[in-house]
Design a protein around this ligand. Structure first.
Ligand SMILES: NC(=O)c1ccc[n+]([C@@H]2O[C@H](COP(=O)([O-])OP(=O)(O)OC[C@H]3O[C@@H](n4cnc5c(N)ncnc54)[C@H](OP(=O)(O)O)[C@@H]3O)[C@@H](O)[C@H]2O)c1
Length: 431
């Protein structure tokens, strides 16, 4: 039996997939034939050799071709990727995709179509590159009630923050290095603004909590405002900065489907399991009952690791088909008709905060700042005067756990104090 694969895209990941399939590491993969490869340009030089007659720009035809058994979508972007996936499903073909942007936005549409057509859609490569986190959340960890999934799931920002922490680089310098290493794109917005991580945590939360997550409602803050000064102070106190994607159940909110999902930079104690994930690596920390805590870590992107996840899905699919099963494993995919999660507004999130205030170096300033916090019920763990620049003193504050809205109201008042020149930094502290 030969399984004919149609590959949509022969870029970074597509090339890696062809490399693996040309030297199959598992006997089942010897049955795979790359029957067609869809690209934008037929003339582009390629890193792998594909017979020219198998390259095509007619992707629509490929996904409806009865000769193609499995479609692997590695083109990226929203359209035409979404329409091609739906068309492949409509023609009864199982689909493997690495496209987190499409799954985060159109996952429910795609999985409903797949359930109706009774075909599988597998997406291991969409989150965490080579880390097998999707199958873990779909299958291995499902016997526990998942309480929280936290991730460092964007390699570019983790590389930038690691460079800033280890080399003392500014954000701009570290970004330039990330671009030189090929980690960051020319337009790095999706990474540094946290949008890519938000796509991925939407997918992980859907799997962990069995809900549909409205992607656009996820609060998202990038890493551009972290300064070397903040990194230095954080280190002095035993913290490190990470861009965290957080999804967790809310306590005492009653509704089962109210979730706390957000993406933002945070100070993390250096003893936290996610604190030592360096460079472009990714990690996902899952907490469940009776499971306890599990950390999955490894290369979060790149040709080899991502292709390995894609081909792993292909192997899973082939093994399943070889048993003669006609229906996909019910544990695969996102739930087809789940309840829609409502997200806890950021203002209601309880957190500790790190605040850096620039104020005149005069007696009474610390007292005035403390009074403003006190008026809004924000209790402080520490308030310390650090360096002095000309007339201005740098005051660094760590709060106890407070409601975010209360902290922000206090800071709005502090900003108005005549002695205060500015509040350059406000970050959440998580533990
Ligand atoms: N790169 C990673 O490390 C990584 C990691 C995890 C997930 N992913 C995901 O994997 C997917 C692929 O990423 P990639 O980095 O491999 O992308 P890429 O290098 O930009 O490659 C995209 C491929 O798709 C083709 N393509 C794009 N739009 C097309 C269109 N409208 N018609 C025909 N062909 C089209 C391109 O054709 P041409 O070659 O002719 O231009 C190219 O071969 C994305 O969803 C991405 O988010 C990537």
């Amino acid at each position: 039996m030969v399984y004919r694969v149609g590959l949509l895209g022969l870029g970074t990941v597509g090339t890696g997939v062809v490399e693996i399939l040309q030297r199959p590491p598992h006997p089942l993969l010897q049955a795979v034939e790359i029957a067609a490869v869809g690209v934008r340009s037929l003339d582009k030089p390629r890193l792998v050799s594909i017979p020219p007659e198998r390259l095509t720009t007619d992707l629509e035809r490929m996904v409806s071709d009865p000769e193609i058994d499995v479609v692997i979508e590695l083109m990226g972007g929203l359209e035409p990727a979404r329409s091609l996936i739906l068309k492949a499903i409509d023609h009864g073909k199982p689909v493997i995709t690495a496209n987190k942007a499409v799954i985060a936005r159109y996952g429910m549409e795609i999985f409903q179509a797949a359930a109706q057509a009774r075909v599988a859609v597998l997406l291991e490569a969409a989150v965490g590159g080579g880390i097998p986190v999707i199958q873990a959340l779909q299958q291995s960890l499902r016997a526990s009630r998942i309480q929280a999934v936290w991730g460092i799931i964007n390699g570019t920002t983790n590389f930038i923050l690691s460079q800033m922490a280890q080399e003392g680089s500014s954000f701009a310098e570290a970004l330039a290095q990330a671009q030189a290493h090929g980690y960051a794109e020319a337009d790095p917005s999706a990474d540094v603004e946290g949008w890519d991580a938000a796509d991925k945590i939407a997918i992980l939360a859907s799997l962990a909590f069995g809900v549909a997550v409205p992607r656009q409602a996820i609060p998202c803050e990038g890493i551009g405002s972290i300064s070397p000064t903040d990194l230095r102070y954080a280190r002095e106190w035993g913290y490190t900065f990470k861009l965290l994607a957080i999804a967790q159940r809310t306590e005492g909110q009653g509704a089962e489907t109210t979730l706390d999902i957000r993406v933002h930079p945070a100070l993390l104690p250096v003893t936290h399991p996610l604190a030592n994930i360096q460079g472009a690596d990714n990690a996902v920390w899952v907490q469940g009952d009776p499971l306890g805590q599990v950390v999955l870590a490894g290369p979060g992107a790149g040709r080899g690791p991502t292709a390995s996840a894609v081909v792993g899905d292909l192997l899973t699919l082939l093994a399943h088909l070889q048993t003669g099963a006609h229906l996909p494993n019910p544990l695969w995919g996102l739930p087809a008709s789940p309840p829609i999660a409502s997200l806890l507004p950021l203002a209601e999130v309880q957190s500790e905060f790190y605040v850096r205030v620039l104020a005149q170096d005069r007696p009474g300033v610390m007292g005035a700042i403390g009074t403003c916090f006190g008026r809004h019920g924000v209790s402080l763990e520490s308030i310390t005067q650090k360096e002095c620049h000309q007339e201005l003193a740098e005051i660094v504050i760590l709060t106890h756990t407070v409601r975010e809205a209360d902290c922000r109201q206090a800071l709005a008042e502090i900003q108005q104090l005549p002695q205060v020149a500015g509040i350059p930094s406000l970050f959440r502290v998580v533990r």
